[in-house]
Design a protein around this ligand. Sequence first.
Ligand SMILES: [Mg+2]
Length: 379
Amino acid sequence: MKSYGITTISEFLDDRVVFRNLKPLDRRLPDLDMLRERVGMTPGRVPRKTEPDYARVIVHMLQAAQDVDMCQDKIERLVLVGDTRFNDGTAFANICDASGWIGRAFIGSENLGRPEKMEQTYTENGHELNLGNRWSSLADFDSSCREQGFAISAGCAVIVDVDKTALGARGRNAHLIDRARVQAVADTVENVFGQDFDQEAFRTAYDLLNQVEYHFFTADNQDYLAYICLILGSGMYTLDQVVADLNCGRLHTFGQFIENVDKYADDLATDLFSIHGDIYSKVLSGDPTPFKAFRYNEYLTTVGCMGQSNGKVSMSWLLDNEIVITQEVREMVLRWKERGALIFGLSDKPDEASLPSTELQEKGFLPLHRVPAWSVGTD
Ligand SMILES: [Mg+2]
């Protein structure tokens, strides 16, 4: 591993980035609200990455970007670079289906404990997935595309997944992204309880309920989990009680949990009462990221571990303490951009965790894709 200097992912994505709410930072492109009618979506809801509606919205955005660039070539091919076979693979297949473009995806997840390997497989509808266990295999993916006449140049759109692909590569540096999020939950709970914050009890509850076997309760939603940890911190329920209720079937869903809390909300301290009220109303209105204070803290903990060191540290220290840009992705995408491909970044991170508040913006804080970070990759 080697450091390739400090840069930003906007170096190769520009403002062609959308976060979870599907509002492109390039204001010349239509956002979800402008596209809803064209894709036949009901107002209010934001589709998730694996839904066909998400794909339809992205296709419109890519075509609009091509028009803004006044590119003569119509998009005919699609490349997606991501890190999860299910999420990214499904989004990729849906986008191919919605557009009629011929696609190839590279899904990377580094595993240095295994011999280097790139496995080719196909989605249900026959779209090609290349699963690589080295991020450096992206260069081989590019060569094989070229050899087979699949040009990643003008007429090809390239979708780059941000989380754990362009930033914090899976199998190499992704734990830092998770660590920043857990730290944000802890900071949020600590901000409420101050000196009474029990770090150890928090960690025990978080680690236990974050497991797959409790997804039926948390819906694998980090906002819900953060809220549960907050309520446990207040002493209204103990972790043992919640686990016992889940085990015997008295408690099934998060909705039921927050409803129970609401029944006794008068017992909560003033601060907590108002936080609960705010989250509860957002949950009822269907907001999938209802715990705003936690997500604002996640923005801070995330940018707090980007580009901090002076570059004189070891690579292992850097990979274990900072979120870094994936050099192999950066290098390849820059090359594709030079060849005339249309580049577009997708992030599943909530907007609140990716963009600074107005207050922070005035202090000079930047959107995540413009925050400087070290770029690290194989030499
Ligand atoms: Mg990802």
